[in-house]
Design a protein around this ligand. Structure first.
Ligand SMILES: Nc1ncnc2c1ncn2[C@@H]1O[C@H](COP(=O)(O)OP(=O)(O)O)[C@@H](O)[C@H]1O
Ligand code: SF4
Ligand SMILES: [Mg+2]
Length: 324
């Protein structure tokens, strides 16, 4: 798809955390995000999927400048995001907002939810007084919440309602792009479907660009136009959603997809259960990081020694595997 004009571009992003090990508290790097490159077009939904601990939240937090990467570049609408400061950084924060997995954790428990949605309007000096009040009412309506709920506290709402508050709070500043970090992972399946439908409506009406994170390919399938699969801090496969989901190239994507139920059980793929857990990001395996768990029949010494490049395996579809 050569007409995909990149809007949000990530180049070779790396983020490590120094963590204390052993009795003397020696600090060693934990490789949370390694060499991640991505390009998202305007109005598109990039679905980012991977097991817990694969680096999704760290990447999301880097994208919105809540975390500073060690290396790499982030370019948004032609602007070098990591070089921004002062007024330009504040303007960027209005354009790109993040929605967290757990709105209960991200909402102040002592602040009524109406005030939580109003807060960003005041911080960014977008509205005050009656105008702010009216804007909050409009945002509540837009996310499908009864405006009468504005006087409630977070614990007085259901999980789905709290996530709607989290979305309204992100929308308050009129962003163009939302980074959605597992926005439905904490919700029941029926409530998940409602919140996903809301997100699709909002995207259509507001022309939003989404980076949509999930640990579940079934959820990503409902949202994404492109998919990137992360394993141990790296992108191992990336491409158009329909291609990646119909013809996954990386053995890890194949395994993830084998666990996703399909409408017609006759076409269900044989479920691939990977042995063990992902290795520690404190000591990523040499060679292909997936080799200790990879079920590919051709796996060999090359896999144990040589890191595969993220190469094009089909038009516009890349995978990090020697034998994909
Ligand atoms: N502030 C931090 N300090 C140390 N390690 C961290 C920190 N944040 C995340 N990590 C580690 O980085 C790795 C990736 O975590 P995370 O980005 O939260 O993954 P995911 O969102 O995919 O579950 C994990 O091993 C996690 O423990
Ligand atoms: S490079 Fe080797 S170990 Fe890695 S995914 Fe491909 S076949 Fe498996
Ligand atoms: Mg996470």
């Amino acid at each position: 798809m050569s007409d995909r004009t990149p809007w949000l571009v990530v180049e070779r992003l790396r983020k490590t955390f120094p963590v204390a090990r052993g009795m003397f508290g020696r600090r060693v790097p934990l490789y949370a995000v390694t060499d991640v490159s991505l390009a998202v077009a305007r109005g598109e939904t990039l679905g980012l999927v991977g097991e817990s601990g694969s680096g999704k939240t760290t990447l999301a937090r880097c994208l919105v400048r809540l975390e500073t990467p060690d290396a790499g570049r982030i370019v948004y609408d032609g602007t070098d995001v990591l070089a921004l400061g002062g007024a330009a950084l504040r303007a960027f924060r209005r354009r790109v907002q993040i929605v967290f997995q757990d709105p209960y954790g991200s909402l102040n428990p002592r602040l009524r939810v109406g005030a939580a949605v109003r807060e960003p309007l005041e911080i960014h000096r977008l509205a005050r007084g009656q105008e702010a009040h009216d804007r909050v009412a409009a945002l509540f309506a837009e996310v499908g919440l009864d405006p009468a709920y504005r006087d409630r506290f977070p614990h007085e709402l259901s999980g789905g309602q709290r996530q709607r508050v989290g979305i309204a709070r992100a929308l308050a500043v009129g962003p163009e792009c939302l980074v959605l970090d597992e926005p439905v992972s904490a919700l029941d399946v029926s409530v998940q479907a409602q919140v996903l439908a809301l997100l699709r409506d909002l995207q259509r009406h507001r022309g939003l660009t989404y980076v949509f994170i999930a640990h579940d390919l079934a959820v990503v399938r409902q949202m994404a136009t492109r998919v990137a699969v992360m394993y141990l801090g790296r992108i191992v496969e990336e491409g158009p959603a329909d291609a990646v989901l119909a013809t996954p190239r990386h053995p890890y994507t194949v395994a993830l997809l084998s666990a996703v139920p399909v409408p017609d059980p006759a076409t269900q793929r044989r479920r691939i259960v990977l042995p063990g857990d992902p290795p520690s990001p404190l000591a990523p395996p040499p060679g292909c990081p997936f080799h200790p768990r990879c079920p590919h029949p051709q796996k060999d010494d090359r896999c144990r020694q040589e890191l595969p490049a993220l190469d094009e395996k089909a038009p516009d579809q890349r995978a990090r595997c020697h034998y994909a």
